[in-house]
Design a protein. Structure first.
Length: 237
C-alpha cells in the first residue's frame, strides 16, 4: 500500500467498516484489548451480578442478559480486525462499485474455512493506493510477447507461515458480467491465470499463487460456495 496517499474519505454507504466500527477498531488496537470472550464466563459473571443486585433489593434495575453482553458482542468487522483492514475504512464506492465487493468481503469473513485456516483478506482494488500490481503480456500475431497493461486484483487472501512470512496468496477478482467479454480485461485475466501462475510455481517450487474470478451476475450464495471450495483446496496445507 502507498500509505502516503491515504486521505480522508467522504461518508457514503459503501465504506466498510462503518464509522462506529472503525473508531472501535482503532480504540481496541491502541489498548490491544482482547476481542475473544469466553461466553460461559460472561454468563457466569452476569448471574453473579444479578444475584448480588437482587440481594440488595435492586431487582428492578437488573439488565437483561442480552443488554449485559452487548458491549462484548462485537460486530463482524471488529471480530475480524486482526485478519483484514490494512487501512480503514475500505471505500468500495470509489470506483462506482455495485456493492458486490463489500458483500464479498463480508461473506468471506463469515466462512468457517476462512476462520479455521487463520487466513487474512485485504482489499487491493484501489488503484491509487495499491502496490500489488501485475505486469501482463499477450502474444501478438508474430508470437512475440507485448505488454498489455497492469492488472490489479480486487482482493488478496493470504496464509502465513509460523514465522509470519506470506506462504500462499489467493487473488480474487470480482467483476460485473459486462467485463467478462472486455478484450483488455480478458487478455490480462488470461495472463494471470496461465503464465503468471506457472512462472511463480517454477520460481518458488510450489503453488504460491492462485486466482479466482467471481462474477456478480451469479447469486452471492453460488459465489461464496465457489470461494469456500477454493479456500479448502488451495490452502489445504
Amino acid at each position: 500500500m502507498i500509505a502516503e496517499r491515504l486521505t480522508d474519505v467522504e461518508k457514503n454507504p459503501k465504506l466498510y467498516p462503518n464509522e462506529a466500527d472503525t473508531n472501535k477498531i482503532l480504540e481496541l488496537d491502541k489498548t490491544n484489548a482482547d476481542i475473544e470472550f469466553d461466553w460461559a464466563e460472561v454468563e457466569k459473571a452476569y448471574q453473579v451480578m444479578k444475584e448480588t443486585m437482587i440481594s440488595q433489593g435492586m431487582e428492578k434495575w437488573v439488565p437483561e442478559y442480552e443488554t449485559f453482553k452487548s458491549d462484548k458482542d462485537y460486530s463482524l468487522p471488529i471480530k475480524s480486525k486482526n485478519n483484514t483492514f490494512h487501512y480503514l475504512p475500505y471505500n468500495f464506492g470509489a470506483s462506482g462499485s455495485s456493492g458486490f465487493e463489500m458483500q464479498a468481503i463480508q461473506e468471506t469473513l463469515r466462512l468457517a474455512e476462512f476462520k479455521t485456516k487463520d487466513l487474512e483478506i485485504y482489499y487491493n482494488g484501489d488503484n491509487y493506493l495499491t502496490q500489488f500490481k501485475i505486469d501482463c503480456f499477450a502474444k501478438n500475431n508474430s508470437k512475440r510477447w507485448n505488454k498489455v497493461g497492469e492488472y490489479t486484483t480486487d482482493f488478496l487472501i493470504i496464509k502465513r507461515t509460523e514465522k509470519e512470512k506470506i506462504h500462499k496468496v489467493l487473488m480474487i477478482e470480482t467483476k460485473g458480467e459486462g467485463f467478462s467479454n472486455n478484450p483488455d480485461f480478458v487478455k490480462k485475466k488470461n495472463f494471470v491465470e496461465t503464465e503468471f501462475l506457472k512462472l511463480n510455481q517454477e520460481k518458488f517450487g510450489y503453488q504460491r499463487f492462485d486466482f479466482l474470478y467471481l462474477e456478480d451476475s451469479k447469486n452471492i450464495a453460488a459465489n461464496i460456495t465457489k470461494l469456500n471450495n477454493k479456500l479448502n483446496q488451495f490452502f489445504n496445507d
